[in-house]
Design a protein around this ligand. Structure first.
Ligand code: CIR
Length: 367
């Protein structure tokens, strides 16, 4: 900010130039002189918010995206910046508009058809959602986070699927102990302490931790809902098995259940489901399996090779503990299609299946 409290875009440009020597994030790539001209026409408040949007990228030299939306309308107010960035990330050319399609077959995308040994695999699918009328997590105040959590606790109490809410908020009636939280993290149900992620911290997504954060878990432990992580809600199903369609069925049941409770989600007419990170816009859906790739990764020592091969097939390979986590000595990785926008929910599942066919083919060849 300059002496008058206005955003000094020359300084912002200088910082992006400095970061470009290490890595060019999408936020950096699309911060052009034309964008600066456009943003200068906005109100002082909007200019400040534009700076907030870029904060994760400006603070971290390892950012690949580097921007987070702070309110649903950011995708319109800053469309001159965010829309080309979204199209680039999701590799969309032309005027695609988001469509939804949850018609996903069961008994078709069978992992055992790829390899009979893939009989009992941990399969996961999630959708990100934010509720209309609320700030997105980077901009939520502590009070808003607490109010949002309580609104969800009420919704869970009237839910037709039986389950239990576990809160991380100090003093909350559903608060769990640190030991219980650690156990849920170990089982890959609960998200990690958000303050350990520099991207989430510098962008404000992790602010007021652990207030307003928690997880609802169904009694059969196949369905869960994260409250207060990168998006207000992450609606998740985890199934042990080999039919990718079954996990979608379970997720869809949970999603429609929560919609029936009266929540209205933020949706953009072109970019679909509104999410904090532009990488999740569209369907907000990420579907993955936990697979072992000891040959490609050379016993877990060469994660990069798996990531590079996966990328060629439109897939992302992560460690087991989330986006920036490491793989183990068996090369256990969470594999998911990267595209969420310009594809339907059904296409995400098909892409995962088709990508896995190719990935396991290479793993077998190297064995
Ligand atoms: C980055 O720019 O590298 C981080 N902000 C992460 C971006 C994509 N992942 C995500 O939002 N979960």
């Amino acid at each position: 900010l300059d002496a008058d409290g206005n955003v000094d875009f020359q300084k912002v440009q200088a910082r992006w130039n400095e970061l470009a020597k290490v890595k060019v994030s999408l936020g950096n790539k699309y911060f052009t002189p034309e964008v600066v001209e456009q943003v200068k026409k906005l109100s002082a408040a909007d200019q400040h918010r534009f700076l907030d949007v870029m904060m994760g990228g400006l603070a971290n030299d390892d950012s690949s995206v580097g921007v987070y939306a702070t309110r649903p309308e950011d995708y319109d107010v800053f469309s001159f910046y965010l829309q080309p960035l979204i199209r680039d990330y999701h590799k969309i050319e032309g005027e695609t508009k988001q469509e939804h399609d949850w018609n996903i077959p069961v008994d078709e995308y069978l992992l055992t058809k790829i390899d009979p040994k893939l009989e009992k695999v941990s399969m996961r699918a999630r959708v990100a959602r934010n509720v209309k009328g609320w700030n997105l997590p980077p901009l939520m105040s502590k009070e808003e986070r607490i109010n949002f959590e309580n609104k969800m606790v009420q919704a869970f109490e009237n839910f037709d699927i039986k389950g239990k809410y576990h809160s991380l908020t100090p003093g909350h009636k559903n608060q769990i102990t640190q030991e219980q939280a650690d156990e849920l993290i170990k089982r890959h149900f609960l998200f990690n302490d958000m303050t350990t992620d520099n991207h989430l911290t510098s962008s404000g997504v992790a602010s007021d931790w652990p207030y307003g954060r928690g997880i609802w878990i169904s009694d059969d432990e196949t369905k869960m809902i994260w409250v207060g992580e990168e998006d207000q809600l992450r609606i998740i199903s985890i199934v042990q098995g080999n039919d990718l369609g079954k996990v979608d069925q379970s997720l869809y049941q949970l999603l429609t259940g929560i919609e029936k409770s009266g929540l209205e989600f933020a949706e953009h007419p072109v970019y679909g489901v509104v999410t904090t990170c532009p990488t999740n816009m569209g369907t907000g859906k990420r579907q993955s399996i936990l697979g072992k790739f000891p040959n490609i990764t050379n016993g877990g020592k060469d994660e990069k090779k798996l990531k590079d091969i996966a990328r060629q097939f439109g897939l992302q390979a992560r460690g087991m503990g989330g986006e920036h986590s490491a793989m183990d000595h068996e090369g256990t990785a969470d594999i998911s299609p990267s595209a969420r926008f310009g594809v339907t929910e059904a296409v995400v599942t098909r892409r995962l299946y088709e990508g896995l066919i190719k990935l396991y083919e290479i793993e077998a060849q190297l064995g």
